[in-house]
Write a protein that binds this ligand. Structure first.
Ligand SMILES: [Zn+2]
Length: 392
């Protein structure tokens, strides 16, 4: 039923549209029209040739054969993929330029996964505020942030009260806490570090992301401390303490964690985070990632990771269909991270964040963290990025 208030609102909106039309005879209906691409929008189960129209920074229409004369500008996307702006939920913002570099790769939203803790979080906050794309932050549970010698080797570096204070002051940008729990990072403090991460986030109702693989404690003991909405990154890390038992089956505790709402993420990275063997073993048992992410760093830019479309393309090589790969780097990422819940879709009215990708055929070399080379037949390349309706 249309309420009186709703009716008035609609009448008002129609009036504004009429006025705009009358003011300029040649005023364009759309700011931008992306024409003739293969639109893959997993949030609407759409995979078809469509035009995407943008007005006022929002998606205005997704339809076949929208008139180019209605648009102030057009992008010819014939033969290309047109997808929601890519969302990478595991990156490291170590410079002011980093978000822009990711944007040029089609990444319109990204998450810094615990690069800094309380002591130097201002650096990441500054980069996030200046970024042209959507940048959100996980606070490292250790106040020092990532240390080469292991930030959690000394558990006194976790200051629950100080972390809560920083998060409270920056709720718009800090959306959770990250704990790296590997042997070389946390040693025997892994469980205590995770308990403290939960102590920080529980009253704030925010997620914790843990970095699994080669931990001192067994994975089921870590999973037991996770709540629904928490994220496990590096899910295909090789043993010890990966997601598989000794016979190569996914551990029952891992399946149970997923069932109660814990998310499992890729986090490609460069060292002991993913191998072809682990990924194949998981996919074969239909233990598919909830999200694909890059764990992008400056070093990764020239080694193994390169860019987010390159990481996504590794899953094409592993046999995942392209629409599913896109879903795991857009819609699912938005679902996993509440801060991105309005993103990852081309629904009418959504923020106009769009990636135009080229899915090229040929022979393309990819490597896992063991530097084992494989040749894929397809690879995604970014052709254009639109953020908030504007071409980046
Ligand atoms: Zn990382």
């Amino acid at each position: 039923m249309l309420t009186r208030r709703g009716f008035l609102h609609r009448a008002g909106a129609a009036g504004v549209a009429a006025l705009t039309g009358a003011r300029g005879l040649f005023a364009a209906k759309f700011d931008l029209l992306i024409r003739g691409g293969r639109v893959i929008d997993p949030s609407r189960r759409l995979d078809a040739v469509r035009d995407v129209a943008i007005t006022g920074g929002r998606i205005a229409a997704v339809d076949a054969n929208l008139a180019a004369t209605d648009a102030a500008a057009t992008i010819d996307a014939a033969g290309k993929l047109v997808v929601p702006g890519l969302i990478d939920i595991h990156t490291h913002v170590r410079s002011m330029e980093m978000p822009s570099i990711c944007l040029s790769n089609g990444v319109t939203a990204l998450l810094d996964a615990g690069s800094q803790g309380v002591d130097r979080i201002d650096e990441v906050l500054a980069a996030a505020r200046a970024a042209p794309n959507h940048v959100r932050i996980l606070l490292n549970v250790a106040r020092t942030g990532i240390l080469p010698d292991g930030e959690l080797m000394d558990i006194s570096r976790v200051d629950v009260a100080a972390a809560q204070k920083v998060i409270a002051a920056n709720r718009d940008l800090i959306v959770g806490v990250k704990a790296r729990l590997s042997r070389t990072v946390a040693g025997k403090n892994d469980l205590e570090a995770l308990r403290r991460a939960q102590a920080i986030t529980a009253p704030l109702k925010l997620p914790v992301m843990i970095h699994m693989g080669d931990t001192v404690s067994a994975l089921p003991d870590l999973l037991a401390l996770l709540k629904p909405g928490d994220i496990v990154t590096h899910m295909y890390a090789p043993p010890p303490h990966g997601i598989f038992d000794e016979s190569g089956r996914v551990l029952p505790e891992v399946l149970a964690a997923r069932k109660r709402g814990v998310w499992f993420d890729i986090g490609n990275g460069r060292v002991a985070h993913i191998t072809w063997a682990e990924a194949e073993r998981g996919l074969k048992q239909t233990f598919v990632p909830d999200t694909i992410s890059s764990d992008w760093t400056d070093a990764g830019r020239t080694d193994q990771v390169f860019d987010f479309p390159n990481v996504l393309s590794k899953f094409l090589l592993l046999g995942m269909p392209v629409d599913q790969v896109i879903a795991l780097g857009t819609m699912n990422a938005a679902r996993v991270l509440p801060a991105f819940k309005d993103l990852g879709t081309l629904r009418v009215g959504a923020p106009a964040d769009v990636a135009v990708l080229d899915l090229r055929s040929g022979g393309f070399e990819f490597v896992d963290n063991d530097n084992t080379k494989r040749t894929g037949k397809q690879k995604l390349f970014t052709r254009a990025t639109i953020i908030g309706g504007k071409k980046a």
